[in-house]
Write a protein that binds this ligand. Structure first.
Ligand SMILES: Cc1cc2nc3c(=O)[nH]c(=O)nc-3n(C[C@H](O)[C@H](O)[C@H](O)COP(=O)(O)OP(=O)(O)OC[C@H]3O[C@@H](n4cnc5c(N)ncnc54)[C@H](O)[C@@H]3O)c2cc1C
Length: 296
């Protein structure tokens, strides 16, 4: 049986951060992770601070730099249907639209997805390839951190006591670049990703070199970009040989958990490369046609 706890509905960031300074206080956003964890006796809060009414954490707006600010309380449904996100950061809309089921997507927030800090968090690899930064509010004021410095490990973030994730800052993408997100799960229908990959591909220069960013989920301690794979892909045209090399490197550098319920390490080592190749094919960045080679 879950223990009892107090509940406080904060009206603004000042109230929330003051309440969160109390020992045993936790944030409640959509509750789709937190309530499952309380019921499963994984978390024993003394005080639940409901932040759903905080105006400072809401909205999606363009930044002065030409990027986007996304409030931490933005739900997966709002992200999936937002036209600015669909046009400029398509992979984020793709990730949000495959998460959970309709009932989950209308409650689950992007802030909760990242603060829960699961290695397989759906939006994690996408935010990584978008070079997202997080805006944090707390007793010491506001601070901004790159995503890779915010996610410290499974279930661990850089949030200090009394701090709340306020929003995400997405810089503008390199001109002409496009993004894609693909995932595999055990079953068709609602299931967490067993492995996921997000890719950004820019326009090729005269030598066929381009900006490439690749990130993976559920195969590392945190969703993250994989620099050594990107380096191979950036060297020239995306030929069959270059992709084979990148796929081999991808399989070497990930560290999938042996005890994962969703997939074996061997499956994940095979699938990260396949998903990367399929995502690049989707972005029309490959020099060959996927149908011409046996991939699956
Ligand atoms: C049936 C089901 C299916 C699911 N499917 C998927 C899936 O396919 N992919 C996936 O990635 N996830 C999935 N999830 C997990 C969950 O829905 C997501 O991680 C969701 O985005 C969490 O958001 P939330 O607003 O519900 O977070 P909450 O449960 O409210 O919070 C999650 C954690 O983050 C903290 N937190 C939340 N917001 C903030 C903030 N702004 N500042 C500081 N701390 C904060 C909370 O204290 C808590 O520790 C699923 C869950 C369920 C129940």
């Amino acid at each position: 049986m879950p223990g009892s706890f107090d509940y406080f509905r904060a009206r603004n960031l000042v109230e929330a951060t003051a309440a969160l300074k109390q020992e045993g206080a936790v944030v409640l956003a959509g509750g789709t992770d937190l309530l499952v964890n309380i019921r499963g006796n994984k978390v024993y809060p003394q005080l639940v601070v409901d932040i759903k009414g905080l105006p400072e954490l809401k909205g999606i707006r363009e930044t002065r730099e030409g990027g986007l600010w996304i409030g931490a309380l933005t739900t997966m449904k709002e992200i999936a249907i937002n036209t600015l996100i669909q046009e400029r950061y398509k992979a984020l809309a793709e990730a949000a639209s495959v998460m959970g089921c309709f009932e989950i997507r209308v409650r689950a927030t992007i802030g909760g997805n990242i603060c829960n800090a699961s290695p397989g968090a759906e939006t994690g690899p996408v935010l990584a390839i978008l070079n997202a930064a997080v805006e944090i509010g707390g007793p010491g004021g506001r601070r901004i951190l790159p995503l890779e410095q915010f996610l410290l490990g499974p279930g661990r973030t850089a949030l200090g006591q009394g701090e709340v994730l306020v929003g995400f800052i997405l810089p503008p993408l390199p001109s002409g670049s496009r993004t894609a997100y693909l995932r595999r799960s055990r079953i068709k229908g609602m299931d967490l990703a067993a492995v996921s990959v997000a890719v950004l591909a820019g326009l090729p220069d005269s030598e066929g070199k381009r900006e490439i960013r690749v990130a993976a989920g559920a195969v590392l301690a945190t969703p993250a970009r994989v620099g050594t794979v990107e380096e191979i892909l950036k060297q020239g045209p995306l030929t069959y040989e270059r992709i084979r090399q990148a796929r081999d490197r991808f399989a070497e550098v990930i560290a999938p958990r042996a005890g994962s319920l969703r997939a074996t390490p061997e499956y994940k080592q095979e699938m990260v490369g396949q998903l990367m190749e399929m995502a690049l094919a989707k972005l029309a960045a490959l020099e060959y046609r996927l149908e011409e080679v046996a991939t699956l």
